[in-house]
Write a protein that binds this ligand. Structure first.
Ligand code: G6P
Length: 607
């Protein structure tokens, strides 16, 4: 969603701001803008459309002068995507400029009050109210003014503010929306996301709620809303620049698909020691674990699909009932949850608003929360009781691949770790599963080596109107992910169905030539899924079947993609690879904007 970048130094700010905004494009946006202090006034350039359009408007940032500036990519919430609604927003006289991520929930009331006082608004946004309030309350001290304005705001915000009168300062504030301060040599930066400043520095301060940063060329002060000085630790970001670059690949999504063996290995290996799973991150002993009567999983999007896989695995291995909830639904259904329920929250970004709020709801009701998060220091990671990081590195493509795979890897680790503590697994099985886990990256590599087969199948189906994904048990959970991957980036309508449920309605949609992708990896249910495949074939479906290489006969009932045989628990990590590649190749053949599908955002920070 929206992205923020800011610069203060001795170079011209424009080119850096544009490069930073370009890096933030992956988050999803519909307009972009910059504002610079040219020494006498604030100059704003902003436009609906891509950062490329803004580049043209500003001659790559060269025709807008100034060594201090803020920039923004906007994903519209209040007010349609348009030039005027794009950020930065100026106060009425043009003295103050603001960029904002988040939502001001009481903006209408604040706007009505200011309008009644004769202040004229230009845009439909909630953000403009902040710029106008700053000007309204300003009596000569910008920090005092901002503290006063913050008292009026309800909702979430990461803010970058500059003033016409002070070309030597950027003020940054956050509440419930991420913001970091980058530390350079005689120059400093702000950003909503580290990737925007990685080319300049890896040293950062991570702002926390209600902290205010006063950023000058030669130093940074951080204070709280009582103006007390805060002494924060400098953090060094481990990600390097190349991790956030395409590195010769045409798309980030393809690069990230290919990075999966490495990402999964990085997530698993440090947690396997002497043939055992070690999860020091979890602060629960066997006695505490035994007291849980239910596991509650909360997530959105693909992370939710990992949760559906986890339900099958946890229930089978731990014999504890598991409920998986879409975070947005959980919050408002008065869930039955207390200190006897263990909550597992899954989120790549660690900032998804629904997931974060659902987590807080679970905590309020006494539940212990373990989060599985990729972005270090993100809100969910920090606010959960325990966090297990996935070491996927930065994921740029909107459609998640390597984050999904590393989340699955953590689920396996947790299942083994807990099963061992609870005594629900026999030593031989434990040992065998550890062995399989160690060889998982290698097996994923093997499937990736066979990608041309999937490319060929994609070339046969890329013109389809509808595609169905079917499976049973964990294969059903994977069908959900396969279907989401395809529809989100190729815009082909697709649906995932539990194979046994098809005949209760959906089968009426199958007609001659309808592609059906059937997952048939689950040994115990091969016979059942084969019957379901026959049912759709009889009605004209064109079937692709994904199966283990121990069942070559399945090539007789559909166009087969074989994956290496593995234990049931690990099969999702293998079967998901052809699904990701299929979605990628179909979208590529259709000429879609694969890394930035329309209307979608990588990090969804609004409800
Ligand atoms: C967005 C992304 C999805 C992602 C979901 C949850 O919708 O487009 O790819 O699965 O958010 O994101 P999270 O960061 O919480 O995993």
């Amino acid at each position: 969603m929206c992205g923020i970048v800011g610069y203060i130094g001795y170079e011209q700010a424009g080119p850096f701001l544009l490069d930073g905004l370009q890096t933030l494009e992956y988050r999803g946006y519909d307009s972009a803008g910059i504002c610079l202090n040219d020494g006498s006034e604030l100059i704003v350039k902003k436009a609906k459309g891509k950062v490329g359009d803004l580049r043209k408007l500003t001659d790559d940032g060269k025709n807008t002068k100034g060594t201090v500036g803020i920039g923004h990519t906007r994903w519209a919430t209040h007010g349609e995507p348009s030039d005027v609604n794009a950020h930065p927003h100026l106060s009425e006289s043009g003295r103050f400029a603001v960029v904002h991520n988040g939502i001001i929930e009481n903006y209408q009331q604040l706007k009505d009050n200011l309008t009644a006082k004769g202040i004229v608004f230009r845009s439909m946004t909630d953000t403009e109210v902040i710029a106008q309030l700053i000007e309204y309350y300003y009596k000569g001290d910008l920090i005092d003014t901002i503290i006063k304005v913050l008292e009026k705001l309800e909702g979430s915000y990461a803010l970058g503010v500059i003033s016409q009168d002070d070309p030597d300062e950027i003020i940054a504030v956050r509440k419930e929306s991420p913001l970091i301060i980058g530390i350079g040599e005689n120059e400093n930066y702000i950003a909503s996301d580290v990737t925007a400043i990685l080319s300049k520095t890896r040293k950062i301060y991570r702002l926390e709620n209600n902290e205010i940063a006063i950023i000058r060329r030669d130093g940074i002060r951080i204070i709280d809303t009582d103006k007390d000085e805060l002494h924060k630790e400098i953090e060094t970001v481990e990600w390097d620049v190349s991790a956030a670059e395409k590195g010769g690949y045409e798309h980030f999504m393809f690069k990230e698909i290919m990075e999966q063996p490495e990402a999964v290995a990085k997530t698993i290996s440090p947690r396997l020691k002497n043939g055992r799973v070690v999860l020091d991150e979890i602060h629960l002993n066997a006695e505490q674990l035994r007291k849980f009567t239910k596991i509650n999983i909360l997530a959105c999007g693909s992370a939710y699909h990992v949760g559906v896989v986890a339900k099958y695995i946890f229930e089978k291995m731990l014999r504890i009932p598991v409920e998986v909830d879409l975070a947005s639904e959980f919050r408002y259904r008065d869930p039955i949850i207390n200190d006897r329920v263990l909550t597992v929250v899954i989120s790549q970004s660690g900032e998804t608003a629904d997931t974060k709020e659902a987590m807080k709801e679970a905590q309020r009701r006494g539940s212990h929360v373990i989060s599985i998060v990729n972005v270090v220091g993100s809100a969910i990671a920090v606010e959960s009781d325990d966090v297990i990081y996935t070491w996927a590195g930065p994921e740029i493509a909107v459609a998640t691949t390597k984050a999904y795979s590393t989340q699955l890897a953590v689920i396996y680790l947790m299942a083994l770790y807990f099963a061992d503590m609870l005594g629900t697994i026999v030593p031989d099985e434990y040992k065998a599963l550890i062995g399989e886990l160690e060889s998982l990256p290698e097996r994923i590599t093997k499937i990736l080596e066979n990608k041309e087969r999937i490319q060929y199948l994609a070339s046969k189906f890329f013109n389809s109107r509808d595609v169905f994904f079917i499976g049973r048990n964990i294969d059903y959970a994977l069908s959900l992910e396969g279907s989401l991957k395809l529809k989100e980036i190729s815009y082909i309508h697709s649906e995932a169905y539990a194979a046994g449920e098809l005949k209760h309605g959906t089968i009426s949609l199958i007609e001659k030539g309808t592609p059906v992708i059937a997952l048939a990896t689950h040994e115990e249910l091969i016979g059942k899924i084969v019957s379901n495949i026959e049912e759709v074939k009889t009605r004209g479906a064109d079937v692709i079947v994904i199966a283990c290489d121990t069942h070559p006969e399945l090539a007789n009932i559909g166009q087969a993609i074989f994956i290496p045989k593995s234990c049931d628990m690990l099969l999702p990590s293998l079967a998901v690879i052809p699904l990701q590649l299929f979605a990628y190749y179909v979208s590529s053949l259709k000429g879609c904007d694969i890394d930035k599908p329309r209307n979608l955002a990588k990090s969804v920070t609004v409800e």
